[in-house]
Design a protein around this ligand. Structure first.
Ligand SMILES: CC(C)(COP(=O)(O)OP(=O)(O)OC[C@H]1O[C@@H](n2cnc3c(N)ncnc32)[C@H](O)[C@@H]1OP(=O)(O)O)[C@@H](O)C(=O)NCCC(=O)NCCS
Length: 172
């Protein structure tokens, strides 16, 4: 079956509901320390809306299907990997749209946009080892598995994550 077509558009003022439907619900945050409070979501929303004016980080809404409906989010932000500047990336796809290759395509589309900035060579992603769909996205998108890392996310919640790296220079 042909993959569901997607495009990315910058996250904007009108996108709070998609943020709430991803980081605000238990089902979507099972591997991310649980749903964020309304206050945290509101401050995250304000930060995302301001991103185009505040630096190089980027957040997008994924529009999927022929009607270009909001299906999730993908973004990247500056990150220090063992003293080297890089990008970290993250994604979320709403339950009704999962299993159609949307996160994989969206990650590669975001990687192409990051590559065009010519700022950092690598995308890093840190799904917890139990987050099988997210690890599958990394594998399918061509990330290389470097190992694991133990840390706290959110603070006070110990997790073990896989460390995945994508070389933006090697994108087709
Ligand atoms: C992770 C997530 C974005 C994946 O979105 P998606 O659009 O369904 O991803 P894709 O369709 O591109 O790929 C998902 C892959 O995971 C696989 N998968 C799904 N459930 C799985 C499971 N329980 N075990 C193993 N693989 C699984 C799918 O089969 C698919 O691989 P395939 O195409 O080879 O069949 C989505 O599940 C999500 O939003 N989860 C909650 C938020 C989250 O955890 N974000 C990641 C933070 S690091």
């Amino acid at each position: 079956m042909a993959p569901t077509p997607i495009i990315l558009r910058p996250y904007s003022e009108d996108d709070f509901e998609i943020l709430r439907a991803t980081l605000g619900v238990a089902e979507m945050t099972a591997y991310l320390g649980g749903p964020e409070s309304e206050e945290k979501l509101r401050s995250r929303h304000a930060r995302y809306v301001a991103l185009p004016n505040t630096g190089h980080d980027a957040m997008f809404v994924i529009l999927a299907g022929p009607q270009q409906q909001p299906a999730g989010t993908v973004g990247y932000w500056e990150h220090d990997y063992q003293g080297q500047p890089a990008w970290e990336t993250g994604w979320a796809v709403l339950p009704g749209w999962q299993g159609q290759g949307i996160a994989t395509q969206a990650t590669l589309a975001a990687a192409a946009l990051a590559h065009a900035q010519q700022r950092h060579r690598y995308f890093f992603a840190y799904p917890t080892v139990e987050n099988l769909p997210s690890n599958a996205v990394c594998r399918k998108a061509g990330f290389e598995l470097l190992g694991t890392s133990a840390y706290e996310y959110p603070k006070g919640n110990p997790i073990t994550s896989n460390v995945w790296r994508l070389d933006l220079q090697a994108l087709p």
